[in-house]
Design a binder for this molecule. Structure first.
Ligand code: ADE
Length: 253
């Protein structure tokens, strides 16, 4: 996969792209990243301007459309195929695992990071999709872009140790992860559950699945609606919710 990143702060990406999982993914050729400094498409003049004050007044500066349009158009000519343009903005769709999975299928992404108080509204027309990494306002799209790159790259075939480790993750199934343990078997009085050292793989798989369902039901009941549960699991979740005195929606009743 190729990811082009258009940003005013390319230096922010170095440690993340060179870091463990992404560094290895790039070294092994699963991921190619190209940083493009938006300043390179600044308006002509000594100030290399990329922003301006907002029409109608108000605080701060707004990214002008010309540099961003020029950058996206030129970056698109740098490789085949045309990249899917992803604009990082708090007004975008909330980026989640389903987005990560669909982006991981795409051959080329062009991530556009906004800055300053915002960007000229016309810039949105460049985007195939606008995404937000959460309901808070960052000082720019760079950290959001890094989140997207990390979440997508670890799903690329061959990037994680086991081919299936990312797909098998419970989050991909719409559930929270089951509890994990490693050595020592007892730490400060806390023991590893017996089932995990039983060597009975079928029992371990059932235990993990039931832990995932139980945790999701307790900590993130909102996720259960779209999770793929068996009828038996749905019944268990509904029973637990009744016992806990929680209000239930039509689906789980
Ligand atoms: N830029 C500023 N805030 C952002 C957010 N929450 N997600 C993506 N890009 C952003």
């Amino acid at each position: 996969m190729r990811i082009d990143i258009i940003t005013l702060f390319p230096d922010m990406f170095g440690p993340v792209l060179d870091g463990s999982m992404l560094g290895i993914a790039r070294e092994r050729g699963h991921l190619e990243t190209h940083l493009h400094d938006l300043r390179g498409w600044a308006l002509p003049g000594v100030h290399r301007q990329v922003d301006d004050s907002p029409y109608g007044g108000g605080p701060g500066m707004v990214l002008r459309p010309e540099p961003v349009f020029a950058a996206v158009r030129e970056v698109q000519t740098m490789a085949e195929p045309r990249g899917t343009v992803v604009l990082l903005t708090p007004q975008g769709e909330r980026f989640d695992q389903a987005h990560a999975e669909s982006f991981a299928e795409i051959e080329r992404l062009v991530l556009v990071c906004g800055r300053y108080e915002g960007f000229d509204e016309r810039i949105r027309t460049l985007a195939d999709i606008q995404v937000s990494v959460g309901d808070y306002v960052l000082s720019g799209g760079e950290l959001g872009a890094m989140i997207v790159i990390d979440a997508v790259s670890r799903l690329l075939p061959g990037v994680l140790g086991g081919e299936t480790s990312a797909q098998e993750e419970s989050f991909s199934l719409g559930l929270l992860e089951y509890p994990q343990y490693t050595r020592p078997p007892v730490f400060e009085g806390m023991s590893v559950p017996d089932v995990l050292v039983s060597g009975d793989h079928a029992r371990i798989a059932r235990w993990r699945r039931s832990q995932s369902v139980e945790r999701t039901s307790r900590l993130r009941p909102d996720m259960l609606e779209s999770a793929r549960l068996t009828n038996e699991e749905r019944a268990l979740v509904a029973r637990d919710a009744t016992e806990a005195g929680m209000p239930q929606d039509e689906e789980t009743r």
